[in-house]
Design a protein around this ligand. Structure first.
Ligand code: PNS
Length: 167
C-alpha cells in the first residue's frame, strides 16, 4: 500500500515555504496530496481555481504530487483519500497554539487521523502568504518568496485591484 499524506491549507497564495514542506513530505511519503480549501466564510485574494492552478504549475516538476481541492471537514476529505495522515508546516512557536487546537479537534472528530508537523528551512520560517501579499501590494518584489507563477499573478491581481483591503 503506498503511503499517502494530505497537505491541506489555504495557499492564498502558495509560497516557497509551502513548496519546501511538500518536498520534505515527499521524502517520507509515496504520494502527497496538496489539498486547497474552498473557504466558505473567508474571501481569499485568489479564487480556488487560481490557487489550484498556481500550485499545479509550481509543483509540475515534482513526482507524486497531486493538487486537489476540498470543502467541508478536513478529516472527511482525508478519509476519502484512503489515508489517515495530515501534514502541516510549523514555522515558529506562534503557529503552535492554532495547530495544536486543530490537531486535537480533528482527533475528536476522527481518532484515526494523525497530523505530522514538518519545519521548513529556517529562512522560510518568517514567510507567510499574508506578508507576501502585503509586500507586493506595497510595491515590493516577492521573487525570493514565491515561485514565478505566483509572483506574476500577484502583480496582475494588484494592478487591477488596488482596493486597499487588508489581509
Ligand atoms: O492554510 P491554513 O489557512 O492555515 O489552513 C487551514 C485549514 C484549511 C487546514 C483548516 O482551516 C481546515 O482544516 N479547514 C477545514 C474545516 C475543518 O475541518 N475544520 C475543523 C478543523 S479544526
Amino acid at each position: 500500500m503506498p503511503k499517502i499524506a494530505v497537505y491541506p491549507g489555504s495557499f492564498d497564495p502558495a509560497t516557497y515555504g509551502h513548496l519546501d514542506i511538500i518536498k520534505r513530505s515527499l521524502e517520507i511519503f509515496d504520494k502527497v496530496i496538496v489539498a486547497v480549501i474552498r473557504h466558505p466564510h473567508k474571501e481569499p485574494l485568489f479564487t480556488l481555481q487560481e490557487r489550484v492552478k498556481m500550485l499545479k504549475v509550481a509543483t509540475k516538476d515534482l513526482k507524486n504530487v497531486k493538487v486537489d481541492s476540498f470543502e467541508g471537514l478536513l478529516v472527511n476529505y482525508v478519509k476519502s483519500q484512503k489515508t489517515n495522515i495530515i501534514i502541516r508546516g510549523l514555522r515558529a512557536i506562534s503557529d503552535f497554539e492554532y495547530e495544536l487546537q486543530m490537531v486535537l479537534m480533528n482527533r475528536r472528530l476522527n481518532n484515526s487521523i494523525e497530523t505530522i508537523f514538518l519545519m521548513p528551512e529556517e529562512h522560510y520560517s518568517y514567510l507567510s502568504s499574508s506578508l507576501v501579499k502585503e509586500i507586493v501590494f506595497s510595491g515590493g518584489k516577492a521573487s525570493k518568496f514565491v515561485p514565478p507563477v505566483v509572483e506574476e499573478a500577484l502583480h496582475r491581481k494588484f494592478s487591477v485591484d488596488k482596493s486597499g483591503r487588508s489581509w
